[in-house]
Write a protein that binds this ligand. Structure first.
Ligand code: AMP
Length: 286
């Protein structure tokens, strides 16, 4: 595995691969890797001749009062894991390499980014779309891999790729969970032992919602209310949102006809965690 830090080195390596007719998969991450990230990498390995994983804590997707400075980092561990998975390039640029000088160009996806996480994080998706566009332009992969854990992000990126005619296949991968149900996340590191227990309300709410959908409930408010009750059973949990939206447009829906995304963000102490499920995934899960 080559660990590269410059855009130029990545471009040169990818150019050489393309001359040989090899296909390339890209997995964008912010590092502090866990089995969720590993599942994306494995899928990319299965579907491409070469795999590039970026590890970059992207400053432009953090708001002024968010956790950019304290976001967990461990490049040595990340490199070991990626090497063991057979990754070809670990791209680890500095913020200056990715954003040299003052940038005046941003990629903004409208509508899909105003609700859910966009409400409390108004510049987040602009940062995500801009950095993902840049990574796509640098690596020029055939396919790029994203987790359904960040379901709104996945929908936004699909929309961006469609609207801008970016000829890259976007592959969405299932949520990987701890044995007790908690969705794996780099931010789980922030949780104290008791908060770690409290954090189970998110996956319990997912299980409750899925059970109602499986039982034939189609009124989204009934399902959301039941999920809220599960979360509020733990006094440390503070709901940012629990919502039912159209899985493609992120617009609120009252009745399940087309696939519906049930998504939530919940503060456990100071840590903001997200989880979700799709109404169309319920049969797979049971
Ligand atoms: P992050 O490093 O948190 O920006 O995540 C990088 C990619 O890994 C994103 O596409 C995430 O959706 C995905 N990811 C993070 N956690 C999980 C998980 N538990 N299961 C599946 N994918 C995940």
């Amino acid at each position: 595995m080559r660990v590269l830090t410059t855009v130029e080195d990545v471009r040169n390596q990818v150019k050489a691969w393309k001359k040989e007719g090899l296909t390339v998969g890209l997995v964008p991450t912010m590092g502090y890797l866990h089995e969720g990230h590993a599942s994306l990498v494995q899928r990319a390995k299965n579907e491409n001749d070469r795999v590039v994983v970026s590890v970059f804590v992207n400053p432009t997707q953090f708001g002024p009062n968010e956790d950019l400075a304290t976001y967990p980092r461990d490049l040595e561990h990340d490199a070991e894991l990626l090497e063991s998975l057979g990754v070809d390039i670990l791209f680890h640029p500095t913020p200056e390499e990715m954003y040299p000088g003052k940038a005046r160009t941003w990629v903004t996806v409208e509508d899909l980014t105003t609700g859910l996480c966009g409400k409390t994080r108004p510049t987040h998706f602009r940062g995500v779309c801009t950095v993902v566009s840049k990574l796509m332009n640098i690596v020029t992969p055939d396919k790029a891999y994203f987790g359904r854990k960040d379901a709104q992000q996945l929908a936004v990126i699909r929309q961006m790729v469609k609207d801008l005619n970016i000829g890259i296949d976007i592959v969405g991968c299932p949520i990987v969970r701890e044995a007790d149900g908690l969705a794996k996340s780099s931010r789980n590191k922030y949780l104290s032992e008791s908060e770690r227990q409290s954090a189970l309300v998110l996956s319990k709410a997912v299980a409750e919602g899925k059970a109602l959908v499986a039982a034939g409930q189609t009124c989204t408010q009934t399902i959301v209310d039941a999920m809220v009750r599960v979360i509020e059973s733990d006094p440390t949990a503070k709901i940012d949102y629990v919502e039912a939206v159209d899985a493609l447009t992120m617009a609120p829906v009252t009745e399940i006809k087309e696939p519906v995304l049930f998504a939530m963000a919940v503060y456990i102490g100071k840590t903001r965690l997200i989880d979700n499920f799709g109404s169309d995934e319920v049969n797979d899960a049971n």
